[in-house]
Design a protein around this ligand. Structure first.
Ligand SMILES: [Zn+2]
Length: 300
């Protein structure tokens, strides 16, 4: 019923997924990857006998461009786009979103994120906390789960005895071929307290399956889901602890320290050299420090 489509984010296979969900009454897509990867997404859909015009509903966990950049392209093919109300204005007018992503990603922006199309107002359905929808003939529920981003939602899909949680970035990034969870804390809305509370809500839901946009299906049994969520909580705690101290010091000192620290932890979790270069790099550390400064330092 659920097929991960690798969108080839950053030119890396295994970096980000969209999820094609076939229901009794149609096709649903959870996430869509960046606009720059739209052709890869379409090829992936076609490989599973699905055309972009077959997607009736696109469910977004949040509007960061690696999850939602292609939303305007899918809306142009007729998809309804479901997003938290806090994210809606930035899909309708993506100018601010583009500017903030350019600040975070610098020169890499054009290569990796591509040309966004605005999503028309009438194509957007607001997904408030607890919202229940039927899409593809399946029952879905939105959980507002701030922490990584203020407008983040987890999508719960209940099907027969299964309870699938589409986590977006809430349980971090699972580096392929390893057990390492990296925790992305980008500006401007990283909030560790809210993040912990949001993970607690997912625990309470008792999912049977956990789907990570960056990682795919990481658990297929409630016992494994619990174990994964505990590890994600622990990684969030240790990442936050280091960041809280690091933001008080100069970049020249903390960027190399943070990179060495992340790489040591990743190596302990079995990350190989290639994946280390692809996933745990200086840009990742700088992004996390940027989010932590907004969260922990007083602003003038
Ligand atoms: Zn994100």
């Amino acid at each position: 019923m659920i097929t991960p489509i690798d969108v080839g984010y950053l030119g890396v296979m295994g970096a980000a997924n969209a999820f094609l969900v076939r229901g009794p009454q149609g096709h649903v897509l959870v996430e869509c990857g960046p606009a720059a990867c739209f052709d890869t997404l379409v090829a992936g859909l076609r490989a599973h006998a699905c055309a972009p015009t077959d997607i009736g509903d696109l469910l977004l966990t949040h509007i960061h461009l690696d999850h939602a950049g292609g939303a305007g392209h899918l809306a142009a093919q007729g998809a309804r786009v479901h997003v938290h109300p806090f994210g809606k204005p930035h899909l309708v007018d993506p100018a601010k979103l583009i500017a903030s992503s350019r600040r975070v990603h610098g020169g890499a922006y054009d290569r990796f994120y591509g040309d966004l199309l605005p999503v028309p107002q009438h194509s957007i359905v607001e997904a408030r906390d607890g919202a229940r929808i039927t899409a593809g003939g399946l029952r879905w529920r939105a959980l507002h789960t701030p922490g990584h981003a203020h407008h983040h939602v987890v999508w719960m899909l209940e099907h027969e005895a299964e309870r699938h949680a589409f986590m977006g970035d809430l349980a971090g990034i699972l580096v392929p071929e390893s057990r390492h969870i990296a925790v992305p804390t980008p500006p401007p809305e990283f909030d560790p307290q809210a993040w912990r509370t949001s993970l607690g809500r997912v625990f309470t839901e008792g999912p049977s399956h956990l789907w990570l946009t960056h990682g795919g299906c990481v658990a297929k049994h409630p016992r494994d889901v619990e174990a994964f969520l505990h590890r994600a909580l622990a990684r969030l705690a240790e990442t936050t602890e280091w960041l809280q101290d690091a933001v008080k010091r100069a970049d020249a000192e903390v960027v190399p320290e943070g990179l060495a620290r992340e790489r040591t932890l990743a190596a302990e979790d079995g990350v190989n050299d290639r994946r280390m270069r692809e996933f745990i790099d200086e840009a990742f550390v700088r992004m996390n420090l940027g989010g932590a400064r907004r969260a922990f330092l007083p602003r003038d």
